[in-house]
Write a protein that binds this ligand. Structure first.
Ligand SMILES: [Zn+2]
Ligand SMILES: [Zn+2]
Length: 303
């Protein structure tokens, strides 16, 4: 967020605070949580793709974008991040999905084990190159943790760290891959950087997304942009997310990989419009909708 955006938010908050008695801390907390909209009390942030899936003794992550740095710093601060095992599943090797790795503090700690999975044959080469001179001062080989690259195949299924994992090839320049993680009757699908055909009926993704408790979905463009201007750019829209999520019976759609040029207000408008679009479907097909933001946590045990 820029300084002018912060200033705009402060001004709006002060305006909203008029006629509220905010003398004590409890009243202020209540005001923040119950009166202020997210666009004023928070921010979507600006990290690139990185999602943690909790529920295992080991650390499960999807992609190694700049969000990985925050995750590593969080572990280091809380005293975790040592003698740990990390499983990182890559959608693809575009820079916004791997550029957090050189800044991932647990990668510098001897005794940590990092397994990097993906379906692209040149994963190790991409990670090595982004840390070569003149791009970065520490090479991949100099990192303290043990780092291993493991090739996966989209036509196989895997059991890793307690999760059953399925993989789907996606339409994106150079290909990308979506992952479905199932455990204890819960299913999370991570599907980013994926373009979809304009008719969702009969899409193989309906089966891949089937009954997902959480569907993390590439919604970078509006439907009009995706269909008219940015076809073949390899991204999808909020509207296609709703269509596929409803057909698949998913319960919670998270609009992910949103356009980095959009500010918080524009993203909130998209969330509202997506909810309005969802409401054309009958209430017997409920679907929660969120916009991904840095630090968003979703507890699947609450369903
Ligand atoms: Zn990409
Ligand atoms: Zn991307």
């Amino acid at each position: 967020m820029t300084a002018s955006e912060v200033r705009w938010k402060i001004s709006r908050v002060l305006e909203a605070a008029q006629n509220h008695d905010l003398a004590d801390a409890e009243a202020r907390e209540h005001f923040i949580d119950s009166v202020l909209p997210f666009v004023l009390r928070g921010s979507c942030g600006g990290n690139t793709s990185c999602v943690q899936i909790d529920g295992s003794d080991e650390h499960i992550l999807c992609d190694a974008g700049t969000g990985l740095r925050d995750f590593g710093n969080h572990l280091t601060k809380s005293g975790e991040g040592r003698s740990s095992t990390f499983h990182i599943f890559l959608s693809h090797l575009h820079w916004d999905h791997i550029q957090g790795f050189p800044f991932f503090s647990p990668a510098y700690v001897p005794g940590n084990r990092i397994y990097i999975y993906g379906c692209h044959p040149n994963m190790a080469e991409a990670f090595k190159r982004q840390q070569e001179s003149p791009f970065f001062p520490v090479t991949l080989a100099e990192l303290g943790a043990s780092i291993q690259f493991i090739s996966l195949s989209a036509d196989k299924e895997y059991d890793i760290s307690g999760f059953h994992i399925r993989i789907m090839e996606q339409d994106h320049p150079g290909k990308s891959y979506g992952y479905s993680f199932s455990r204890s009757g819960r299913k999370i699908v991570y599907s980013t950087d994926s373009e979809h055909q304009s008719n969702p009926e009969g899409s193989p993704f309906v089966d891949f997304f089937r009954d997902a408790d959480l569907l993390i979905f590439d919604a970078q463009y509006s439907l009009a942009e995706a269909e008219l201007i940015k076809r073949t750019w390899g991204h999808s829209s909020n509207i296609m997310g709703v269509e596929l999520a409803v057909l698949a019976g998913a319960r919670h759609l998270v609009l992910f990989h949103t356009e980095p040029n959009f500010d918080d207000q524009r993203l909130e408008d998209i969330r509202e419009k997506t909810n309005a679009y969802r409401s054309i479907y009958a209430e017997e097909r409920p679907l929660a909708i969120s916009i991904a933001y840095d630090g968003l946590e979703i507890d699947l045990s609450r369903f």
